[in-house]
Ligand binder design. Structure first.
Ligand SMILES: [Zn+2]
Length: 358
């Protein structure tokens, strides 16, 4: 029986498992909801430890191998929303185990991945954060696919999705940093004392240019308006749909809970004055981050993916224009990733194949 490699793409809501044979043909794919409910939890004095995610990966992979007739598993590549540390995830903001006891809610959360999977499958395993994984996907299967000499490539990948992150490949090397968290440019400051970010700091790029940032900026701007002004906003009127009663001050927060990134972009098409400021803020913040990418890594091209960017490629031109305002190096090109939303799955397979020097 010939060998295979497995790749996992772990997100806050979904995990996919892809399998390729050693000639790099995809032969299997399975996706399921991320399970942060059913697995066992342990506690130390310093943190909680959630074992459920590794158990889910092990189960998905065992099912895959049985369905494929038990081929030999040569390597596993894991790409996940971070932060990553010590072979697992450390307090990832979008994977929060529900069963943590009340007294341990404030402690950091560790989700081990590499050790339990190595125990289960006895093969080489590596874990990268999603943007570093995505840039590998881009190098081997996307923009860099046709380049036989990967050491001649200088490219970066930026995601504008629930969050904002970056990965960079420079002349044959993935730039990882000591813990594998290099490229966390979503948390550089775009506006001093600005909006609160999911990381706990203020004014980060991600607080303005991400799905969560766009929604919370729109909320904040609508809350700052008086009732008459608010009624002029298309976004507010859309958030009100289905809500038959007049808004009392205490109810406004609940109405604003209806705002989604999709609703914001629908209102943008109708030239909503609140949304225009939200989009302008997002473009300004992304421009700061993209110029940081260019200044830090000097790539030839920045490939952009993530749900928000893929659904709204029209954002890239103004972001590029904003980036140019902050640069005096030869600017990189900016384009939408040709791999679309599959870039991280491709990255996971690339992580596994690199372990075998394929
Ligand atoms: Zn932040």
């Amino acid at each position: 029986m010939l060998g295979v490699v497995a790749g996992f793409d772990i997100g806050g809501t979904k995990i996919s498992c892809v399998i390729s044979d050693l000639s790099d043909k995809r032969i299997y794919r399975l996706a399921e909801a991320t399970d942060s409910v059913s697995g066992p939890l342990d506690y130390t004095n310093e943190h909680s430890v959630y074992h459920g995610l590794a158990e889910q990966l092990e189960r998905m992979l065992r099912v895959a191998l049985i369905e494929l007739g038990q081929p030999r598993l040569e390597a596993i590549g894991i790409v996940s929303a971070g932060p990553i540390r010590s072979g697992g995830l450390w307090s990832p903001p979008n994977i929060i185990p529900t069963g943590i006891v009340e007294s341990h809610r404030e402690l950091p959360r560790f989700i081990p991945l590499i050790d339990p999977l190595r125990d289960a499958f006895a093969c080489p395993i590596d874990l990268l954060n999603d943007c570093n994984g995505a840039v590998l996907g881009e190098v081997y299967y996307g923009l860099g696919k046709g380049s036989a000499d990967k050491s001649a490539l200088h490219l970066a990948y930026a995601t504008i999705s629930t969050g904002f992150g970056v990965g960079a490949w420079d002349g044959g090397h993935l730039i990882l940093g000591k813990d594998g968290n290099a490229g966390e440019l979503g948390h550089i400051v775009a506006q001093e004392n600005g909006l609160l970010c999911g990381c706990g700091n203020r004014g980060c790029v991600e607080a303005y240019c991400s799905g969560t940032g766009i929604v919370s900026n729109a909320r904040k701007r609508l809350l700052a308006l008086d009732e008459a002004e608010r009624a002029m906003s298309t976004l507010y009127r859309r958030a009100l749909i289905g809500d038959s009663q007049l808004a009392s001050p205490s109810k406004i927060e609940t109405i604003l809970d209806n705002i989604t990134p999709a609703l914001v972009f629908e209102a943008a098409e109708e030239h909503d004055f609140v949304v225009q400021s939200v989009i302008d803020d997002a473009v300004l913040a992304a421009g700061v981050a993209f110029s940081a990418i260019a200044n830090a890594y000097d790539p030839r091209i920045i490939s952009v993916g993530g749900g928000i960017a893929l659904a709204h490629p029209e954002l890239l031109k103004p972001i590029q224009k904003e980036m140019l305002r902050h640069l005096n190096v030869d600017p990189p090109e900016v384009c939408v990733s040709p791999l679309g939303k599959e870039v991280t799955e491709h990255g996971a397979i690339a992580v596994a194949r690199r372990l075998l020097d394929l």
